[in-house]
Design a protein around this ligand. Sequence first.
Ligand SMILES: Cc1ncc(COP(=O)(O)O)c(C=O)c1O
Length: 390
Amino acid sequence: MALKAGRGAAAPPFLVMDVIAAANARAASLPADAPGILRMEVGQPGTGAPRGAAEAAIRALQAGAPMGYTEAFGLASLRARIAGHYGAKYGVAVAPARIAVTVGASGAFPLAFLAAFDAGDRVAMAAPFYPPYANILTALGMRPVLLPCDAATRFQPTLAMLEKLDPLPDGLVVASPCNPAGTMLAPAELSAIARWCHANGVRLVSDEIYHGLSWGTVAESTAAAFSDSAVVVNSFSKYWSMTGWRIGWMVLPEDLVRPVECLAQNMFISAPHVAQVAAEAAFDCTEELEANRSAYARSRAALLEGLPKAGFDRIAAADGAFYLWCDIGHLTNDSVAFAARMLEGAGIAATPGVDFDRDRGARFLRFSYCGPEAAMAQAPGRLKGWLGRS
Ligand SMILES: Cc1ncc(COP(=O)(O)O)c(C=O)c1O
């Protein structure tokens, strides 16, 4: 008898994982003396956790700390440190009681969505978007409302787009810098959107995971500065280079603190204890993290200089994160096939846009430049040679 599978079983795959598998297979098939594959598909720093963070974890383990569950919202010292970060970085006072430590930013989304929305609720977001926003909402019975965005608005939503929605959505997810486009909302734009959401009963979820990685074209600002009803999501995965440690956080509005705490107790109990110890220490590793950041900045500059000469000349404003979102409509109408050919012919793995934009992704490619600087610098030359031949 065929048994019923739930709505969650219909969650679409995250296609970048297939690209990673193809790049691994291609790398394994190459002779040892062949030039390796340039990995520009992955969205995680090539660097590990900062030394001071790893050492704090080692010290805690060697001291025999039992590393049991923490409180659902995390270690008090880590929550205080995160709250202090808002004062130090943005000049915004945030009470530690509003900080929830989560299992990465990924762990924050289901908590935020379940606390803020009901099944059937409509939640808007720009397209292209980070696929799990829509996939998690859909798995929870909520409905993503996609706002097609392009270079004219830096691939970001605008107040005008929101005002046109009828009926108004129940929620809005924004990300600045965003994945995949790497573009940002200016502080005045984020402020206007946050205030409009508050005034219109639209719950704003602001994904700020790429803060710390922006390149001076647009200033970073936090939704926590503009709205008491917004949920802010952040993580130690990107600037702090700690993907596998799985620590993120939320700044919660007062009305969602207790609901999210109850959900977190039931769904996760707590984020990993030893990783919380490491994350707290990461706040003191600025020198190492700023060196990583400088390497990304150099890779970005080299690619912005070299890619147009190689034929990739339609690149979204590279404001932040470590992505370049390229319109390759003049080269192909099938980015999946194009990425496969590029892997084979140029030895470069990049992510086809279809993951991020269901309607227009066939003409976009995302290059990630968080890999080793020397490898990133080789990309334009290889692409030029390959496109010249093909
Ligand atoms: C925009 C965005 N949000 C959230 C995440 C998830 O990050 P985490 O490792 O903190 O779960 C990612 C990961 O790539 C991302 O790009």
